[in-house]
Design a protein around this ligand. Structure first.
Ligand SMILES: CCCCCCCC(=O)SCCNC(=O)CCNC(=O)[C@H](O)C(C)(C)COP(=O)(O)OP(=O)(O)OC[C@H]1O[C@@H](n2cnc3c(N)ncnc32)[C@H](O)[C@@H]1OP(=O)(O)O
Length: 399
């Protein structure tokens, strides 16, 4: 009985309410039969295929290439992620990665690259991935060491290692960020699309996490890629990565919101039916205080997530601050909401196979991937200081 009344907030249009209802219905009828937590890779393949057939993946790519909206509609991305996350973390993951893995192509790819790579992803026939992180460059993107050197006029050769790559091993193609040319730090990076079957690209090792999804370390040895597979201009790779993350960080917040709503719903049901000291648990004021905090955290997160998504959909070029706030607050709040859910469920909350236990494992990585909470704080604080300095300079100039 999850509360969907937030969809009446002015951030949304009728098409968003229709989408939420359709995804919820699809998830209710299909997710259970598609996911086996003993077969993570197979589950993801089945989910992608089924979501492609159901038209859900269309929301991860632009309309000109078989998608749903002219540009990526961030509110739709968020609604799909939030709804899927309420049912299963792997379902959310499979959808999210089709978006993140093609986001840079949608934003910066040539027409040829878009026409080649986007439609099969939207139909669920191909699996996409985003390969940014490296063993020595996670939070500090500008430190990445993978190189792409020119090989004749029409090719580059990529060498290096990428790690924590979601869909690593099952993806059909990767968006890879590599160092090109002499420029140091953030200015020396360029992005390329690399087919998974390119010689020299191998899975070095699989990585298992507490909420498993396909994850791997990839090795690039002499991987020859057409120069036409470059995304954006040479040296623009950092901007490509950040612009993509500006869109998808809000959607991580939305997934966290889905987990949190699910925890809240489960907890309200539990406290209404569990008797303690001859009364429902929900009658105790201590329980009510916790429930109130959970509701407040969910609503505050939802406002920030959908403000960021709405702002981007209104045509804002950069929503770095809004997206960082959405991701930071939604993931941190969701962790606290889920922890409260575990606490109010007592022993049941830590029993393997219970909903709170599954959510407790699912939420943890969201505070780390696509920019850890600490990185979001750096982004928010830097922008606040820069804006203050700009206002001050403007005031001085006017005096
Ligand atoms: C569903 C499950 C999916 C799981 C998938 C997981 C996928 C992942 O996790 S991918 C990895 C995610 N990694 C991250 O998010 C990395 C976090 N780090 C960062 O965001 C950055 O490195 C950060 C914020 C620390 C800034 O780094 P820093 O090196 O200081 O760069 P900074 O000086 O701010 O910016 C460099 C240049 O880029 C520009 N820039 C910065 N942000 C942006 C942006 N959002 N858009 C456009 N340009 C930007 C700056 O203006 C600057 O330009 P110039 O040099 O011309 O002034």
């Amino acid at each position: 009985m999850i509360d969907n009344s937030f969809l009446n907030w002015p951030f949304f249009e009728e098409r968003h309410r229709v989408l939420a209802a359709a995804v919820e219905l699809w998830a209710r009828e299909n997710v259970g039969g598609l996911v086996s937590h003993h077969d993570i890779d197979g589950s993801c393949r089945r989910l992608v295929e089924a979501m492609g057939q159901a038209g859900i993946l269309k929301h991860a790519i632009p309309a000109a290439y078989g998608g749903e909206s002219d540009t990526l509609d961030v509110r739709s991305l968020c609604i799909v992620r939030e709804t899927l996350a309420r049912f299963d973390g792997l379902a959310d993951f499979a959808f999210a990665m089709q978006g993140l893995g093609t986001g840079s192509i949608s934003l910066y790819g040539s027409d040829e690259l878009k026409a080649h790579y986007l439609p099969p992803v939207g139909r669920g026939e191909k699996i996409a991935a985003f390969a940014l992180s490296e063993p020595e460059a996670g939070s500090d993107v500008a430190a990445l060491a993978t190189t792409a050197e020119p090989d004749g006029p029409d090719h580059v050769v990529i060498d290096g290692e990428k790690t924590w790559i979601s869909n690593g091993g099952i993806a059909d193609h990767y968006v890879v960020f590599a160092r090109t040319g002499e420029a140091p730090g953030a200015r020396g990076l360029t992005a390329f699309v690399v087919d998974a079957d390119t010689p020299g690209l191998t899975v070095k090792e699989r990585i298992d996490t507490i909420a498993p999804h396909p994850l791997a370390t990839l090795s690039f040895k002499n991987v020859r890629v057409p120069a036409s597979h470059q995304l954006g201009k040479g040296g623009e790779g950092f901007k490509v990565a950040m612009a993509t993350l500006d869109i998808f960080r809000s959607t991580v917040g939305a997934a966290a919101l889905g987990f949190a709503r699910s925890a809240l719903d489960e907890t309200i049901c539990h406290t209404m039916t569990r008797t303690l000291f001859n009364a429902p648990l929900s009658d105790l004021q201590m329980t009510q205080a916790t429930l109130a905090d959970m509701v407040a955290k969910v609503d505050a997160a939802a406002l920030l997530v959908y403000r960021a998504a709405w702002t981007k959909d209104q045509g804002a070029e950069r929503v770095t601050r809004e997206a960082a706030l959405a991701k930071l607050v939604a993931t941190e709040n969701a962790q606290e909401v889920i922890d409260s859910a575990v606490q109010l469920h007592g022993g049941k909350g830590v029993t393997i196979g219970s909903k709170p236990e599954a959510l407790y494992r699912e939420i943890r990585a969201l505070r780390i991937y696509e920019g850890a909470s600490e990185i979001q704080k750096v982004v928010i604080a830097r922008q606040a200081v820069a804006e203050h300095a700009a206002r001050k300079a403007k005031k001085i100039a006017a005096e």
